[in-house]
Design a protein. Structure first.
Length: 276
């Protein structure tokens, strides 16, 4: 098949789709990383914090698979068990991961400062708010209830187990758009703190904003960030943001609260016929 037909959307920005941990809640995206390290440690497999964070944003079972595929981890597994990891091993690790993650989430569900006012500003401009996550339904239920108590409730939210596949596939974003009754996809911006978030947005045909300071890539709590020398923090953020742009992010920001001006710029670009 071949096609030459094309039309360009010139209307306004209509919606944003946000990630959860590291973007709107859990400053530093700390909840999952420690649990991944712990469930592998139970099997005498050493996983570093950087290795645990690398696949962040994916569905948690797929995250475990990606850790097992890392050459250093795969070699440890072969040395320990005299074979490569199997699908059953992935299932077993995921089974152990779930209760530990559920237990930890109430401690890591604080809404990131600036998010409620950002959401209020977006809604005052008529934007709808969607959300996607690598958490499953049980995990997300805890986070969503805690966030709602703090004033943050998106109009639509989907988990990886709601759709055929999680990130980097576009299905959660497309499901959000359908529930919010928003189209075309270029009238929506995906905002998230992982490379998987950016890929999800690109695969769905959306604009993308990568979040550098509050999320997984920096991986520090708000208190830990405050202890860094300003020059060191800026250097780290510049490195993260350059990587995000190489991954395809249209824009980067330190946090969600810094995205309003970017949304205005995207709205102007849409009006001139530009597209992601």
């Amino acid at each position: 098949m071949s096609f030459h037909y094309r039309r360009e959307y010139c209307g306004p920005l209509q919606a944003i789709i946000l990630d959860w941990a590291g973007t709107t809640i859990d400053y530093g995206c700390r909840a999952p990383a420690a649990v991944f390290i712990d469930v592998f440690k139970q099997r005498d497999i050493e996983v570093s914090i950087l290795e645990a964070r690398e696949p962040m944003g994916m569905a948690k079972r797929e995250h475990i698979r990606q850790i097992l595929l890392m050459p250093r981890i795969a070699e440890q597994w072969r040395q320990k068990f005299d074979r490569s990891a199997t699908e059953q091993d992935i299932d077993d690790i995921y089974r152990d991961f779930i209760p530990k993650q559920l237990e930890s989430l109430p401690r890591y569900s604080d809404v990131i400062p600036g998010v409620p006012s950002f959401i209020e500003s977006c809604r005052s401009q008529g934007l709808k708010i969607g959300a996607t996550t690598g958490y499953n339904f049980e995990m997300m239920d805890i986070c969503a209830r805690q966030a709602a108590k703090q004033g943050y409730s998106p109009d639509a939210s989907f988990c990886a187990d709601d759709v055929p596949a999680g990130r980097p596939a576009p299905w959660m974003a497309l499901a959000c758009a359908m529930k919010m009754e928003v189209y075309p996809m270029e009238s929506i911006v995906k905002i998230g703190d992982t490379y998987a978030d950016i890929e999800e947005g690109l695969n769905a045909g959306m604009w993308t904003i990568g979040i550098s300071q509050t999320g997984n890539e920096l991986g520090l709590s708000e208190a830990e960030v405050a202890k860094l020398e300003p020059a060191e923090l800026e250097d780290r953020l510049l490195l993260i943001e350059s990587r995000m742009k190489r991954c395809g992010a249209h824009y980067t920001a330190h946090g969600v609260a810094d995205c309003l001006a970017i949304l205005e710029e995207i709205d102007d670009r849409l009006a001139s016929g530009d597209h992601p």
